[in-house]
Design a protein around this ligand. Structure first.
Ligand SMILES: Nc1ncnc2c1ncn2[C@@H]1O[C@H](COP(=O)(O)OP(=O)(O)OP(=O)(O)O)[C@@H](O)[C@H]1O
Ligand SMILES: [Mg+2]
Length: 391
């Protein structure tokens, strides 16, 4: 989930950030105060809390559909006690991962009623618990419920329910067996199998369909935080987009963009958005291009441990995308020999288009899907490996 503040807000030049994770972008906005009318209130004041500052305007930033939790008939409402039971009191051995919003635990609920179930019975779910230090947490939690709670698509992670209790905000999601794309691409540990070229293509297509759906929905939605850690994978590597904490309704009334505080993640955010706070639908396409680049190279969008000039993946690799001889040595060696030169060239060209400086020159996500889908069917025998480039 988008994290833009507090203890998880990090200086992009510091290596002491959340291990193996991306760093966040955030420009200070106004303070806001929310109450559920039942005793809970969360105050958000970003002043002085972030290390990031960009030349963006802090215009009105109604991140959510409204400032309330809208009726969401399909969501189960849990008490904190319910979710304590479902996670064995948030035991440390139930932790699935940690993000800027808080800690994600596994838990069990009844398959039909979604009521909390005993350990190991019913259906496994992922339960995200807001970290008390998260200052923007309420707004992001609210956006998640208001957006994801009313959307349904095969490539969006399913939000099953939430808890809004005194001082406690939690979200309950379908469990995604294979975790995040980020873990698969960047965690070099033996339990995680390297992703093959075919699986990467499948993930790219799934994620592209998810974004295309958001961009074509009735109320156009800009996702704003597209990155490898927000792409979750089920047991068959079907990709689903998670974390709608930064999602925004797109422009209306003939406008091309919405103006917002700059929030997102370093390395993924589109240049026009960072420079001006102008958020276009095509700003998401740029983020998609960055993830394509990460999948091609197996390298993080931003890594301060790389030498100067190579820390930002786009700055480093984008100029090489149309020069196969220079590109091939940078491709992820774990896919060596698995791709045909024709498909590689098509993916490189598509990546380049997604990363265009001018948002108008980027393809729509619908076009991206249409270009990627036929590539999956092209199972031509690979003619080259990294060691034997055929140029
Ligand atoms: N629905 C889920 N099913 C299985 N694992 C999940 C699920 N949601 C999250 N996780 C695990 O928890 C980790 C943390 O997720 P979270 O969304 O809180 O943070 P993040 O995406 O890594 O970072 P950020 O806060 O920057 O978005 C993920 O990397 C993933 O391993
Ligand atoms: Mg996330």
């Amino acid at each position: 989930m988008g994290n833009c503040f507090g203890s998880q807000t990090v200086d992009p030049n510091s290596s002491s950030s959340k291990p193996n994770s991306s760093t966040r972008l955030y420009t200070p906005g106004t303070s806001s105060n929310y109450s559920n009318g039942g005793g809970f209130s969360a105050t958000s004041s970003s002043a002085g809390l972030t290390h990031f500052s960009a030349a963006a305007s802090a215009a009105s930033d109604d991140t959510c559909l409204t400032r309330d939790i809208l009726p969401t008939p399909n969501l189960k409402i849990y008490s904190f006690h319910d979710l304590k039971n479902a996670t064995r009191n948030f035991k440390s051995d139930m932790v699935l991962g940690m993000g800027g919003f808080g800690t994600v635990f596994k838990g069990w609920v009844d398959e039909k009623t979604l009521a909390p179930a005993k350990f190991g019975t019913g259906m496994m779910v992922a339960i995200k618990k807001l970290n008390s230090e998260s200052i923007q947490g309420f707004e992001e939690w609210q956006a998640e419920v208001n957006f994801l709670g009313r959307l349904s698509h095969a490539n969006l992670v399913k939000l099953l329910g939430y808890c809004w209790d005194v001082n406690e905000l939690l979200l309950v999601y379908e469990f995604m067996q294979k975790g995040s794309l980020e873990n698969h691409l960047f965690r070099r540990i033996s339990v995680i199998q390297p992703l093959s070229w075919d699986i990467r293509l499948k993930i790219a297509i799934g994620a592209a369909r998810g974004l295309a759906f958001l961009h074509s929905s009735d109320k156009l939605i800009i996702y704003r935080d597209f990155k490898a850690s927000n792409i979750l994978l089920d047991e068959n590597y079907n990709a689903k987009i998670s974390d709608f904490g930064l999602a925004k309704l797109g422009p209306s009334g003939g406008k091309t963009h919405v103006t917002t505080r700059v929030m997102g993640t370093y390395g993924y955010a589109a240049p026009e958005y960072i420079a001006s706070g102008h958020l276009y639908v095509k700003s998401d396409v740029y983020g998609f291009g960055v993830v394509l680049l990460e999948m091609l190279t197996g390298l993080r969008a931003l890594d301060t441990k790389r030498p100067n000039g190579k820390q930002n993946l786009v700055d480093w690799v984008k100029p090489l995308l149309s020069h196969r001889r220079k590109l091939i040595p940078i491709l992820d060696a774990r896919m060596d020999g698995q791709y045909s030169s024709k498909v590689l060239s098509q993916v490189s060209q598509l990546t380049l288009r997604c990363l265009e400086e001018d948002p108008r020159k980027r393809p729509s996500m619908k076009e991206v899907v249409e270009l990627l889908e036929p590539m999956e069917a092209m199972k031509e025998k690979p003619k080259e490996s990294k060691n034997r480039p055929m140029l």
